[in-house]
Design a protein around this ligand. Structure first.
Ligand SMILES: [Zn+2]
Length: 427
C-alpha cells in the first residue's frame, strides 16, 4: 500500500470521528460579530491535546484567540501553512428550519452556522495536520496549522495579526478550505473600497427651484457618473487573464448566471442613501455610501483618480474612504494548484478550474506578501443566510483532497516552485 493509499484508508476508518468533530465544532458557537472565539478555540485545543499535538494560543485580544501548531519533518525543504478561521457569521433566525447551533445530521448533511463557512474547512485542515504529523518522519519540510479568529469582519486579531507579528506562520505556500465548490480552485479574490459621499446645497422651498439645486438630484447625477468606474480595464499577466476567461463556466456554476461577467470588472452598489426632510423642501443634504468591488489587475489609485475626476465636476461634494481591501491573486497554475487539481481528479474524476472569487478571505493576506495561497473547499450552501449545511460526502472529499495535496507538497525534493512574474496587487 502506498503512503497516499494508507492516508485514505485512515480517513475511511476515522469517518465517524471526522464527522462528529465537525458537529461538535458547530456547537462551539463563534458568531462574529461579536466575534468571541474562546469556546471554538478551546474545542480545537482540546482535540489537539487529546492527540498529543503541541500548539500555542496566540491571543493579542483575549476574546479572539488563535490556535497555532507547527512541526517539521527531518528535511527542512519546504513550508506549507494550513489556515482556517474559527469564527462564523452571526445568525438571523428568520428562515432557519434547523437549529443553527446544533450540528444536526439529516439525510447525509450537517446543518448549522459555519457548516460550510468554514468549520468543515477548518476541520479538514486540523485533520490534515493530524494525519501528516503521524508520518512526519517521511516529510520534507514543515507544516503549520493556523486556526484563526476574526475573519468574518476582516478584523485585526486573527490572520492579520499573525502574519504581521509571527513570521513563522508565513511559509512558502498557504492552503485553505474556505468554500469553493468541487470544480474550482480559488487563486485570487476581488478587493473592495467603501466610500461615503456628502452632497451639500443651500436648499429652499420646494416650489422655488430657481433658488437651489437639489442635493438629492446632484447625488443621482453623481451615482449615474460612477458607472464609468465599471469600464476601467484590468491590467494582468496574459496567462492570468486567460485563466479568468477560461473559468467562466465554473464561476457561473458556483455563483449563477452573470457572475463570470463581473469577475474582471469593477462593480458598484449604492448600499445606503439618505437626504431631504420633507416633500415640499428642496433638500440641502444628501449622503450615500458606495460599495466598490475591485477586480484583480486594477489598483486603488486608478479608482480614486476616477472618483476625484467625477467629484470635481460638482462643487461642495466630498467623499471619504471607509474601508479598503486590495484585490489579490497568485499563480493560477502554481504548484499547489496543480496538486489539488490532480488529487481531485483522482479522488472524484472532477475537473477543476482555477478561479477568482467575488468575496474576500484571509488568503489575500498571504498573497499580499507574495506567498501563493489557494482555496479548495466545499460548495457554498446557505453562507451568511439560513439553513447553511454541508454534505458529508463533500466534507470528506475536502478532507481527502487536503490530506493528499499537503502530503504531495511536503514530499518533493526540490525547493518550492514560485513564478516571480506572477504577483498580486499590493496597494
Ligand atoms: Zn470564510
Amino acid at each position: 500500500m502506498s503512503e497516499k493509499e494508507a492516508l485514505l484508508a485512515a480517513i475511511d476508518r476515522d469517518r465517524d470521528e471526522i464527522i462528529e468533530f465537525l458537529r461538535g465544532f458547530i456547537r462551539a458557537k463563534s458568531p462574529n460579530p461579536p466575534g468571541n472565539t474562546q469556546e471554538a478555540a478551546r474545542y480545537v485545543s482540546e482535540f489537539l491535546d487529546a492527540e498529543g499535538l503541541d500548539y500555542r494560543i496566540i491571543a493579542p485580544n483575549n476574546e479572539f484567540p488563535n490556535v497555532v501548531a507547527s512541526f517539521a519533518g527531518p528535511q527542512p525543504q519546504r513550508h506549507l501553512v494550513l489556515n482556517g478561521h474559527i469564527d462564523v457569521f452571526p445568525v438571523d433566525p428568520v428562515g432557519w428550519t434547523k437549529d443553527p447551533w446544533a450540528g444536526e445530521m439529516i439525510d447525509g448533511k450537517i446543518y448549522g452556522r459555519g457548516a460550510c463557512d468554514m468549520k468543515a474547512g477548518t476541520s479538514a485542515s486540523i485533520f490534515t495536520y493530524r494525519y501528516l504529523h503521524r508520518i512526519r518522519g517521511k516529510l520534507k519540510g514543515r507544516l503549520t496549522l493556523t486556526c484563526v479568529s476574526d475573519e468574518e469582519t476582516l478584523g485585526p486579531w486573527g490572520a492579520r495579526y499573525l502574519l504581521e507579528n509571527c513570521p513563522e506562520v508565513r511559509g512558502d505556500c498557504m492552503l485553505s478550505a474556505e468554500p469553493s465548490g468541487k470544480n474550482a480552485i480559488r487563486f485570487g479574490e476581488k478587493g473592495l473600497l467603501w466610500v461615503t459621499f456628502n452632497v451639500r446645497r443651500p436648499g429652499a422651498h420646494g416650489s422655488y427651484t430657481h433658488k437651489s439645486e437639489s442635493a438629492i438630484k446632484v447625488a443621482s447625477h453623481i451615482i449615474a457618473d460612477l458607472e464609468a468606474l465599471t469600464n476601467i480595464p484590468p491590467n494582468l499577466p496574459s496567462d492570468v487573464e486567460q485563466a479568468i476567461r477560461n473559468a467562466a463556466p465554473a464561476v457561473e456554476e458556483i455563483w449563477g448566471n452573470g457572475a463570470a461577467n463581473i469577475i474582471p470588472k469593477v462593480t458598484l452598489n449604492i448600499g445606503v442613501i439618505a437626504g431631504g426632510l420633507k416633500v415640499n423642501m428642496i433638500p440641502s443634504h444628501c449622503r450615500f455610501e458606495v460599495d466598490i468591488r475591485i477586480p484583480v489587475g486594477i489598483d486603488k489609485d486608478e479608482i480614486v483618480t476616477a472618483l476625484n475626476r467625477i467629484v470635481s465636476r460638482y462643487p461642495e461634494v466630498t467623499f471619504e474612504e471607509n474601508h479598503f481591501t486590495a484585490p489579490a491573486f497568485c499563480d493560477p497554475y502554481g504548484e499547489m494548484s496543480e496538486l489539488l487539481r490532480d488529487n481531485v481528479k483522482q479522488l472524484s474524476d472532477v475537473a477543476t478550474t482555477p478561479i477568482v472569487s467575488l468575496a474576500a478571505t484571509d488568503a489575500r493576506l498571504w498573497r499580499y506578501r507574495k506567498i501563493p495561497a489557494y482555496i479548495y473547499g466545499t460548495p457554498p450552501v446557505g453562507i451568511a443566510s439560513h439553513d447553511e449545511h454541508v454534505s458529508i460526502d463533500d466534507y470528506l472529499h475536502v478532507v481527502r483532497t487536503h490530506v493528499l495535496s499537503a502530503y504531495d507538497y511536503l514530499s518533493r525534493d526540490e525547493p518550492p516552485r514560485v513564478r516571480d512574474s506572477i504577483s498580486g496587487n499590493h496597494n
